[in-house]
Design a binder for this molecule. Structure first.
Ligand code: OTU
Length: 663
């Protein structure tokens, strides 16, 4: 008996998808070449593409129409986009199409309690892409399931902003290997249950990118990929309301390009040219790149500097509505052509703006899957310095609710600096002065505060608003560097406990925790960057050390600092994996226990909630269980150490920097 064959006649009618009349018309008019592009594929693959295209087309249309819908060539553009999606899908390797199907069946894969990220510069971690595969056992030992590889694509020679000045989005940086190496690393990671993530720098490319080179030499087609002005008239208008991201080494937001004689929009460094996303050709170029990289096996895109993608006079040109339209459209392109792929938004902005990167209102849940929880990071460091959690509890309680289809990326260190994003209103609510508190935090983490434990480096002192951001590794900021210099065992112990407190917090918050390379071994600030001409001007390199594999070799010896940290962190990671309440699908709420130095949150789960308690002081703190919500019982167990947590008198003891996950 021959198996029954699916035919296109079996496709559900479009009416099932409740498309708007406009979207339906557009879909029909723009899909005329689709069968030709898909024709090389088996019929069931063609069917699958069309099912996905129909399922998601409304989201795509709703993202594109507000931005490009007014253009005469809108349909021509959408047709090219559909052909690009079909082309990307047609070129997708079989193993990845299988992953697509798997994720169609488990769309919440990135929310699972087993998710744990590890983040590194390829060069610092392994020396080259190919050598990353030599260290997969190490990543596995940590329990990592998501690997953010930094600086992978070709960036400019000389200063390159840590890889964020890209000259070729689709080719691996020659110093690190080839596209085949990237493919092999992705395959090797995937086979070990780890999802590779790389950056896609959406806001800008390098001034040496071929698009920019053509624009400089006068090519009008490519000039329209950027914001280029004949004189200072418009730049001056924009500057009135624009902030500066790097006030010290890149003041202003425009750069005079000597070759074309035009002023170019450069939000970041003078060698990073902002892309003009109002030009649909830019959208098409990036989508094409996205599929090429996805087809090498990249599973997550970290969309860099997305807040800046749309410019509007009279505003700070961040978080404009069109950013969310564009991101929704990009997200939908992945859902249609490469559905295994997730999008992570990199937007370090205030809470009300931040949640828009998950999608609010008409974009609800459609913009990206993951976004950085910058506030949790800032408030951890703030509470740690002040030994007081009231501001943290207040600010995080005020946080807007998020869709349940997304996940926070929780982290405490990354390759960037820490900006003291403490809102004046939050500070005022607990009778603090925001400015004074931010200044205290800068002083404290710069190591300028008498009796403080931290050692960091000031970054980008903004003389206008007084901002002083801070660089430094987790260990140096948490006190290990000073404690080691003093040779003070007790202080070393406290520094280790602070680092473990932080890891318990990000693992117990109910998002995807990201571990930053070297923190698991306590790597200290590395000042050697100062002798490298390409790095000397950027003190963020102080916390981008080379991986120390000799120290890593000591990780199983619990008499060493490396062993204490590494084992402490993997114990937390293991506890996380067996704690179903920590899936990002369930709500995380902040509990106000009225305690000045214990932070508490609760992850509500239908089978019983989990309460996290975190002591931000070097003293033991007592909590009475009748201060906890009604679920609190005498027989509560700490999931971290799997032991009884409550004394017979109804007290919970939190040792210095202690943390408990009570269920
Ligand atoms: C990102 O960060 C990257 O993480 C940085 O390493 C890059 O230098 C930068 O983009 C430019 O590509 O200003 O201090 O709100 O905070 O995009 C870090 C977002 C940054 C910005 C963020 C940016």
């Amino acid at each position: 008996m021959t198996p029954e064959k699916n035919t296109f006649a079996d496709l559900p009618p479009l009416s099932e998808y409740h498309l708007s009349a406009e979207a339906r018309l557009c879909l029909n008019e723009c899909s005329t070449e689709l069968d030709t592009v898909l024709s090389t594929l088996p019929e069931h693959d063609q069917l699958l593409f069309k099912l996905r295209q129909h399922r998601w087309f409304q989201n795509l249309y709703d993202g594109l129409a507000p931005v490009y819908g007014h253009r005469k060539d809108f349909n021509g553009f959408v047709q090219k986009l559909i052909d690009t999606m079909a082309g990307g899908y047609a070129a997708r390797p079989k193993a990845l199409k299988l992953l697509d199907l798997k994720r169609d069946l488990q769309p919440d894969w990135f929310q699972h309690e087993s998710m744990l990220g590890y983040v590194f510069y390829v060069e610092q971690f392994a020396g080259s892409l190919a050598k990353v595969t030599d260290h997969i056992d190490y990543l596995d030992e940590l329990g990592a399931t998501y690997i953010h590889l930094m600086k992978v694509m070709q960036s400019r020679d000389g200063e390159d902003d840590g890889g964020y000045a890209v000259t070729d989005y689709a080719s691996v940086d020659k110093s690190l290997g080839t596209n085949d190496d990237l493919k092999n690393v992705c395959t090797a990671l995937r086979n070990r249950g780890m999802s590779p993530c790389i950056d896609l720098v959406l806001n800008h490319c390098a001034s040496e990118h071929p698009w920019a080179m053509a624009a400089r030499s006068g090519d009008e087609h490519y000039q329209s990929y950027f914001y280029m002005f004949d004189d200072r008239q418009l730049p001056d208008v924009f500057e009135e309301t624009l902030p500066e991201v790097f006030p010290e080494f890149a003041p202003g937001n425009f750069t005079l390009d000597e070759v074309s004689g035009k002023w170019v929009w450069t939000t970041f460094n003078h060698f990073q040219w902002d892309l003009n996303w109002s030009n649909p050709d830019v959208f098409l170029e990036i989508v094409d790149v996205m599929f090429k990289l996805a087809n090498l096996g990249v599973e997550v895109f970290r969309l860099d500097a997305v807040a800046f993608m749309w410019k509007r006079p009279g505003t700070d040109c961040q978080n404009q509505e069109e950013v969310f339209d564009l991101m929704q459209a990009l997200r939908t392109c992945s859902r249609i052509a490469t559905p295994a792929v997730a999008h992570k938004a990199e937007a370090i902005v205030a809470p009300d703006d931040l949640i828009r990167y998950f999608g609010v209102g008409r974009h609800h849940g459609k913009v990206s899957n993951v976004a950085y929880h910058n506030s949790l990071m800032v408030h951890y460091w703030s509470a740690l310095a002040s030994r007081n959690t009231r501001l943290m509890t207040h600010a995080l309680s005020e946080f807007p609710r998020t869709p349940n289809s997304i996940s926070w990326a929780t982290y405490l260190r990354c390759h960037d600096d820490i900006g003291w994003a403490i809102a004046d209103d939050d500070a005022r609510a607990i009778h603090l002065d925001g400015f004074a508190h931010r200044r205290f935090l800068s002083d404290f983490y710069a190591g300028e505060f008498a009796g403080g434990f931290a050692r960091g480096v000031v970054f980008q002192h903004n003389k206008v608003n007084g901002d002083r951001r801070i660089n430094g590794t987790f260990a140096s900021l948490a006190g290990l560097e000073i404690a080691l210099e003093e040779g003070n065992e007790h202080h070393i112990h406290l520094a280790i406990e602070r680092i473990l407190l932080g890891h318990a917090l990000i693992c117990g918050f109910g998002g995807m925790p990201l571990l930053y390379m070297g923190d698991e071994l306590g790597l200290l600030n590395d000042h050697s960057y100062a002798t490298s001409p390409d790095h000397a001007g950027d003190s963020r390199w102080v916390h981008r050390p080379v991986m120390n594999w000799e120290r890593a070799a000591r990780r199983h010896d619990v008499s060493t600092i490396e062993g204490r940290l590494f084992n402490g962190i993997i114990a937390i990671a293991q506890a996380r994996r067996r704690t179903q309440q920590l899936s990002a699908r369930y709500d995380t709420e902040i509990l106000d226990l009225g305690h000045p130095s214990v932070f508490a949150n609760i992850n509500r789960h239908p089978n019983g909630s989990l309460i996290g308690l975190y002591n931000f002081t070097e003293q033991t703190q007592l909590i009475r269980i009748d201060h906890l919500p009604d679920m609190a019982l005498l027989n509560m167990v700490d999931e971290l150490e799997q032991q009884q947590a409550v004394t017979s008198s109804g007290h919970i003891h939190l040792r210095a920097y202690g943390r408990l996950w009570l269920s």
